[in-house]
Every structure is written in structure tokens, then in C-alpha cells.
Write a protein that binds this ligand. Structure first.
Ligand SMILES: Nc1ncnc2c1ncn2[C@@H]1O[C@H](COP(=O)(O)OP(=O)(O)OP(=O)(O)O)[C@@H](O)[C@H]1O
Length: 289
């Protein structure tokens, strides 16, 4: 039997202090089929002033994947998400969206064919807007949809993340977990009047930060539920093609993702290694006749 093509192509380098690159692990295997790669980072570098944060990160996100990135504070996890989302430009290296290089920051032209949503660590809701206005914000601003249509879609999207009757509340009237749900609803809503509905990749930055274990579990299950392999609160298949979760919490990784990329500190203090547990497992399995 022919082994399935194995998807491995990661290089991740993390700098300690100063300009010394101290770890650079890479595993590469040529792929037979690249057509399902939605986002690819190729040898991405990023520094802030003298601080070298990313030193040659390469990774691919494929259609249908649920990926976790775990690691200590300050190692550049949020930075790589922002680079993938097009909010920060890499100093060196490339970001490819469905095989096409994106130059610099995000632009409407370049994102056509793939919607990328970033769910921020804090829910980042507008305090003076109601939940309905927050969730429907982009549609009110950028679509040709009628206000009633947007309101209806907002209600439906809130129901998909398990929230009912909160449309006219202000963010200050919600619990932390509810705010995260509203932020999630805002990131999954889209203009249903458009002809072509593109696949969507969601990038979650610390989605369970600041939540107690029960509220964390609810959010982790919610992340699963809006994925195409899951089922939302209305019992419909989720609409998110792929997602990445950045987290400090192993419980979130265990519950919400299929494969993990981790920065893991070991001796000496500033060394970090990249563990590609699931990928290595796949490589091993695919090599078994
Ligand atoms: N816009 C910026 N300007 C200057 N420094 C920045 C900027 N953004 C991030 N940094 C620095 O880059 C480093 C990596 O930040 P980043 O937020 O990516 O780390 P992280 O791994 O996500 O951390 P955490 O888990 O605490 O969120 C930090 O030292 C941070 O202070």
C-alpha cells in the first residue's frame, strides 16, 4: 500500500537575548499535494528594535486543520499570528495565502479567496457599542446588506455560539466568557449575500486567558464547534475551515486542537525546542508499510 503524502515542513527558530540564534530545528519532507495549504509562513523573521523575536519560522496551515501553538510568554506566539493575519509585516521571509505571496500588510486584493480572522487575547469589543453592533460591525460598515438582514444574521450567529437575548446589551454587562463568545461571533460572521463564500481561517490568541476552568472548557468546546468538523450550538456544521490556537494552557491544547507546535523551555534557561509531536507521529505512521 502506498503511504499517504506526509505534511511536514516546519522550521522554527527562537532567539534568546541579543542576536544569538540558539535553536533552529527543522523537519522537511516534500509534499505531493500543496493544494490544501491555506496559509504558509516561509522562513519568517521579526525583530522589534534590538529584540529578535522570530528567527526563521516556517509552517503550513492546511484546509481542515486544528493547530495549537503553546509556549512561554514573550516568545513571539502572538507576533506570528499577527504576521499571518497581515497586521504585522515580517522583516524577512514570506507569507503565502493559498500559494500567493502576500507583500507587506493585508490588503483586500490579496486576501480574496481566504478570510482570516484574529480573535484577540482580550475580547477587544467596542465598549460603547451594543453586542449587536459589535458583532455586525464589519457588515454595517462594509457590506450592502440591509440593517434588518444584519440584525437577523447577528442573532443567528450569536445563537451558533450559544448566546441568546444579549443583542442589546453593552459589553460591560457581560461575563468574561460571554465576551469571548461575542468576540468569536464577530469573527465568524460574514456577508451571506456575496456569491462566493471563501473558507475561513481563525487565529485565536489565548482564547481561554483569564477564564476559570469551567469557562475555559466552554470556550474550548466552542472553538471545536465552529470548525467544519464540529457542530455549532444550532446543530449545524461549523463554517471555519482551519484554526490556530495560541495558548499557555495544556488543557486548551488537549481539548481544542488536533496537532501542536510547542516552544518548550529546557536547560539552559533560554533554549527552546520545537516539538512536532503529531507530525512526527504521522511521519512515523506513514513510514510503516
Ligand atoms: N509592537 C511591538 N513593539 C515592540 N515590541 C513588541 C511588539 N509586539 C511584541 N513585542 C515584544 O515581542 C515579544 C514577543 O511578544 P508576543 O506578544 O508575540 O509574545 P507571546 O509569546 O505571544 O507572549 P504572551 O504569551 O505573553 O502573549 C515580547 O517581548 C513583546 O514585548
Amino acid at each position: 500500500m502506498v503511504s499517504p503524502a506526509v505534511s511536514i515542513s516546519y522550521t522554527l527558530s527562537v532567539y534568546a537575548t541579543g542576536a544569538h540564534k540558539i535553536e533552529n530545528l527543522s523537519v522537511n519532507k516534500e509534499l505531493e499535494d500543496e493544494s490544501d495549504v491555506l496559509i504558509e509562513c516561509r522562513d519568517v523573521y521579526k525583530s522589534f528594535g534590538e529584540k529578535h523575536i522570530l528567527g526563521g519560522v516556517s509552517l503550513k496551515i492546511r484546509h481542515g486543520e486544528a493547530v495549537g501553538i503553546i509556549g512561554p510568554s514573550g516568545t513571539g506566539k502572538s507576533t506570528i499570528l499577527k504576521i499571518m493575519a497581515g497586521l504585522l509585516a515580517p522583516d524577512k521571509g514570506e507569507v503565502l495565502i493559498r500559494g500567493k505571496t502576500r507583500h507587506g500588510l493585508i490588503s483586500d486584493e490579496e486576501i480574496s479567496g481566504l478570510r482570516i480572522g484574529l480573535v484577540f487575547q482580550s475580547a477587544a469589543l467596542f465598549d460603547s457599542l451594543t453586542v449587536r453592533e459589535n458583532v455586525g460591525f464589519l457588515l454595517y460598515e462594509n457590506s450592502t446588506m440591509h440593517e434588518d438582514q444584519i440584525a437577523e444574521l447577528v442573532t443567528e450567529t450569536l445563537a451558533a455560539v450559544g448566546l441568546k437575548g444579549v443583542e442589546e446589551r453593552l459589553p460591560s454587562e457581560l461575563s468574561g466568557g460571554m465576551k469571548k463568545r461575542v468576540a468569536l461571533a464577530r469573527s465568524i460572521i460574514y456577508d451571506t449575500t456575496k456569491d462566493a463564500i471563501e473558507p475561513e481561517v481563525l487565529l485565536y490568541d489565548e482564547p481561554t486567558a483569564g477564564l476559570d476552568p469551567i469557562a475555559s472548557t466552554v470556550v474550548e468546546d466552542l472553538i471545536r464547534s465552529v470548525h467544519m468538523k464540529g457542530e455549532d450550538a444550532l446543530g449545524k456544521p461549523g463554517k471555519i475551515a482551519s484554526y490556530i490556537v495560541v495558548t499557555h494552557q495544556h488543557s486548551t491544547i488537549r481539548r481544542a486542537v488536533d496537532r501542536q507546535v510547542s516552544y518548550s523551555p529546557f536547560v539552559p534557561q533560554f533554549c527552546f525546542a520545537l516539538f512536532l509531536l503529531t507530525e512526527l507521529e504521522r511521519l512515523f505512521l506513514s513510514s510503516v508499510p
